[in-house]
Design a binder for this molecule. Structure first.
Ligand SMILES: NC(=O)CC(=O)C(=O)O
Length: 328
């Protein structure tokens, strides 16, 4: 399945769901609402064949020096590959400090071929023959900025580009205040991509808080959800692991996150704790806030096992959920 077809199919799914919601809301009688709701069960795309994958989550130290950050990314990919990883993940915003002051000046135009960060990722993926989920970088496109993740094949071919769809705009007094929307624009589509390391659903950081996105990826047959992310010292201890376990258990698939290491000098204190969770909610591997690489062995046969033991997908009451707001 090509990226284009998967991407447009996924965004098609979004549009389709929106249409269904609109239809239910504008229907006058309960009878017609019931008709709409009973046809709401989504088509489930089967997961691809099973395989075992060695995953590496590169919790890089990042600084204000882009050249240094690119060199650090290359060296982390090389180390991960030398340790036998076939799937390598980088953190959110690995080429710059995580701040609205930095995003515009570090942004690169990927589509115009003017992106030293993207060129380095392609070269490293090809040179070390790894599937690479290249964290994210600020992308400039048509006068707008996006928080963008690039996925490369082991031949160095760009397979997918995911722009963070849920921007991180929060205000927790005494904790953390951040408004990505001051500089960034939200992406408009989800991303499911077939790779040599399985079918991946891609989200970036705050995207993990939205179960609907993960659920749609699951319906498209994803085996692993990958979230490059930079939670912080307020939300990290409270929600980081909880959300990963929740997405894994709700959807009975693997979840992986990759954070930058904490930089005590930075205005934004990243939580770190890059983690891999299995379909039963078990933490396979994790770390603290310091730089390092987290490795995990993923066996996609686990999805089938857990989904047979506990057939949640078949037991869902799609016929009921969209009626709850009418009947409660
Ligand atoms: N940085 C993010 O996008 C998300 C985050 O820190 C949180 O959800 O908490």
């Amino acid at each position: 399945m090509s990226l284009g077809r998967l991407s447009s199919a996924t965004s098609g799914l979004l549009v389709q769901s929106a249409r269904k919601l609109h239809f239910s809301a504008s229907t006058a009688t309960m009878r017609s609402v019931v008709t709409a709701a009973t046809s709401a069960a989504p088509e489930l795309v089967p997961t691809p064949g099973t395989m075992k994958v060695k995953l590496a989550l590169c919790q890089m130290a990042t600084s204000a020096d882009k050249v240094e950050n690119i060199a650090a990314a290359k060296s982390a990919i090389q180390e991960a590959s030398s340790s036998g990883a076939s799937l390598v993940v980088l953190p959110e915003m690995w080429n710059c400090p995580y701040s609205n002051d930095s995003f515009p000046s570090y942004a690169e135009d990927i589509d115009a071929g003017a992106s030293p960060s993207a060129a380095a990722l392609a070269e490293a993926a090809r040179g070390h023959a790894v599937t690479l989920v290249g964290g994210s970088i600020p992308e400039r496109s048509d006068g707008k900025l996006y928080n963008t993740c690039l996925v490369y094949s082991k031949e160095g071919q760009l397979l997918a580009k995911h722009r963070k769809v849920h921007l991180f705009d929060i205000d927790i007094p005494g904790g953390v205040t951040f408004k990505e929307s001051e500089t960034l624009t939200a992406g408009q589509a989800g991303t499911v991509v077939d790779t040599d390391a399985g079918r991946l659903g891609i989200g970036i950081c705050y995207d993990i808080r939205f179960p609907e996105l993960a659920m749609m990826y699951t319906q498209r047959g994803a085996q692993l959800l990958v979230y490059p992310g930079a939670f912080n010292t307020t939300t990290g201890p409270a929600h980081w692991e909880l959300l990963q376990k929740a997405r894994a258990v709700d959807n009975q698939l693997f979840v992986a996150t990759c954070s930058p290491a904490r930089n005590p000098e930075a205005s934004y204190q990243a939580w770190g704790h890059s983690t891999a969770v299995d379909p039963f909610g078990k933490v396979l591997a994790t770390t603290d806030e310091k730089p390092g690489i987290v490795y995990a062995e993923l066996d996609y046969a686990e999805l089938e096992k857990r989904r047979t033991n506990m057939p949640l997908m078949q037991q869902k009451r799609y016929d009921l959920y969209s009626l709850l707001d009418k009947t409660l």
